[in-house]
Design a protein around this ligand. Structure first.
Ligand code: UDP
Length: 314
């Protein structure tokens, strides 16, 4: 039986690996490409030996040679947590620019549908709240986060140019904060940091006064939204995220409560350009994709904290 083939760049990462799982479940063959800079084969080892899965270790900023038919390409390769892109600023800029160019070139050559993983970071430290797709953002190009934000903004521009100039069939998802199993405990993000600290009985490091907000989406909801977008006809960006907004201090208190830790919150300096608020407006995703998130933070946190306990011995 014919099975369409999808390429997932960054397929050994947190989100990429969940996408590989979902695409295989939907009856596709998956070619996962990853240079393992921040991804790990641990995230995809359960797929080794599956006849519908192939892993290629490759850096997509270099020419990509793949023989045969390709129907879909999902471009998820990039360092994506603030700690990671501060550690790898040049690689982050290169994969967003040169890498996106190579992957779009592959999509053009193969006449494949291309989906770009973009981010709520394109909105920067937003002056409009919640953020809808029409908002153009407030990004500091020369600040520490600029390497990620501007790379993704460039990637969006390049995607639209390939669509308009070369007729490539493109999709753009703007991903808001997402959490779930396979996050790295050391990726510096709020949730793994708080869980790791609470397990080790260390202080919980809230940055700033903790009044900044985020809206956390469980990974299965995010992947569902992305799959629906891939199968839709929507060319322009679509926000996918959970609008349930919370302050970071309240979020730390939730983790303390669930993990029953004796750890106390300490307040550390707020990183430069850390957005003060973030919440997706998901009206477009509801309207165009018939999608909205289903997993509550209470349920999602329980699953994720159990994962950390089981897999990371903490
Ligand atoms: N944060 C924190 N303590 C930590 C790690 C992060 O207070 O140990 C804060 C961070 O400053 C930001 C929020 O939690 O305001 C979410 O950070 P994360 O790195 O998860 O994602 P971001 O939305 O900033 O990309």
């Amino acid at each position: 039986m014919f099975k369409p083939t999808a390429v997932v760049t960054g397929g050994a990462g947190f989100l990429g690996s969940h996408l590989c799982d979902r695409l295989i479940k939907e009856g596709l063959k998956v070619i996962c490409i990853d240079n393992l800079l921040t991804g790990s084969t641990n995230n995809i080892s359960h797929l080794f030996g599956n006849e519908n899965f192939l892993f290629e270790k490759h850096d997509v900023t270099n020419y990509i040679h793949l023989p045969g038919r390709i129907d879909y390409i999902l471009h998820f390769a990039s360092p994506a947590s603030p700690i990671d892109y501060l550690k790898y600023p040049i690689q982050t800029l290169k994969v967003g620019s040169l890498g996106t160019h190579k992957v779009l070139g592959l999509a053009k050559e193969k006449k494949a549908r291309f989906l770009l993983a973009s981010t709520s970071e394109v909105y920067g430290d937003p002056n409009v709240h919640p953020q809808s797709e029409e908002y153009w953002g407030n990004v500091n190009p020369i600040g520490p986060r600029g390497v990620y934000d501007e790379a993704k903004r460039f990637a969006e521009a390049l995607t639209m140019a390939y669509h308009r100039f070369h007729g490539v069939d493109t999709r753009i998802v703007r991903i808001f904060n997402t959490y779930g199993p396979r996050m790295r405990l050391d990726d510096g993000r709020a949730l793994p940091a708080f869980v790791g600290q609470s397990m080790r009985g260390e202080d919980i490091t809230v940055f700033g006064d903790g009044s900044q907000t985020r809206s956390f989406c469980f990974v299965s909801d995010l992947v569902d939204g992305i799959f629906k977008l891939l199968m839709s006809n929507e060319i322009y960006p679509v926000n996918i995220g959970n609008p349930d907004e919370i302050t970071i201090k309240e979020f730390a208190e939730e983790v303390i409560k669930i993990t029953k830790t004796m750890s106390k919150i300490v307040f550390n300096p707020l990183p430069e350009d850390d957005p003060k608020v973030r919440q997706p407006n998901i009206e477009k995703a509801k309207r165009v994709l018939g999608w909205s998130p289903k997993v509550s933070r209470a349920e999602g946190l329980k699953i994720t904290i159990d994962y950390f306990k089981r897999h990371l011995g903490c």
